[in-house]
Write a protein that binds this ligand. Structure first.
Ligand SMILES: [Zn+2]
Length: 238
């Protein structure tokens, strides 16, 4: 051994071999464990490209055509929740019969904050609540639960509807122009995909009588205008 160590050439080869082994082992470890299972958490990569970091929780491609189409849209951010009993129970939605519109009920909070709250229910276990989509104050659209999976938003209609939560600045529950526009765009897109007409757009209020979304319950004309805007947007892209 001493003889080998004394030979600079052999020593160099040994060091290179050791480095190669360590690097190879690190790659194998990363491949086997880093992205597997929902307990692994967001993958920590030096360079975060778009929403790729959260794609650990993305549904498998090919399971749902409409979800695959959604995943291709550059105006919808993938921010999928980890599968857990409190916000993403991994139950299938067989048929979508309606889109349910909600307001977040927590003035001034962002889409990202609400998404993280849903995700963290896995740990806090304080309640069961979530939404397929959240639209933020600046009109950003975050998808939290795939469209072919149940989200906990609309009581007994969770199994045959898609939920959209809208953020709002104050207690009135009125939506910013940006939030409103994105809600129209996303709802119209979903209506086209699922072949839904205006009666397929409902409020949480229509499901359970809850004052949600507040502005659209208190202002029936604003709700009717929203549905008309969705119908118009849907027709334009047909
Ligand atoms: Zn609601």
């Amino acid at each position: 051994m001493k003889k080998i160590m004394n030979n600079p050439k052999t020593l160099r080869i040994l060091i290179i071999a050791a480095v190669v082994l360590v690097v190879a082992f690190a790659f194998i470890w990363e491949y086997l464990y880093a992205g597997s299972g929902y307990n692994a958490g967001p993958r920590k990569t030096g360079q975060q490209q778009g929403s790729a970091v959260e794609n650990d929780h993305a549904p498998p491609p090919g399971r749902s055509k409409i979800q695959d189409a959604l995943s291709d849209l550059d105006w919808v951010q993938q921010a999928f929740l980890p599968i857990n009993d409190f916000s993403r129970p991994d139950k299938p939605v067989e048929k979508v019969n309606a889109i349910v519109i909600h307001y977040i009920g927590n003035p001034g909070t962002t889409a990202r904050q609400n998404r993280n709250y849903f995700a963290n229910l896995e740990n806090t276990q304080e309640t069961s609540v979530s939404s397929n989509f959240i639209i933020g104050l600046d009109g950003e659209i975050l998808q939290c639960v795939p469209v072919d999976e149940v989200a906990y938003a609309s009581n007994h209609r969770n199994g045959d509807t898609i939920s959209i939560e809208l953020c709002h600045l104050d207690e009135t529950g009125e939506f910013s122009a940006e939030t409103y526009e994105s809600a129209v765009r996303l709802t119209a897109w979903l209506c086209r995909q699922y072949g839904l007409a205006e009666d397929g757009i409902i409020r949480h209020y229509d499901v359970s009588g809850k004052m949600c979304p507040k502005h659209f319950v208190e202002n029936e004309s604003a709700w009717e205008a929203f549905k008309d805007d969705v119908a118009k947007a849907a027709a334009e892209h047909r």
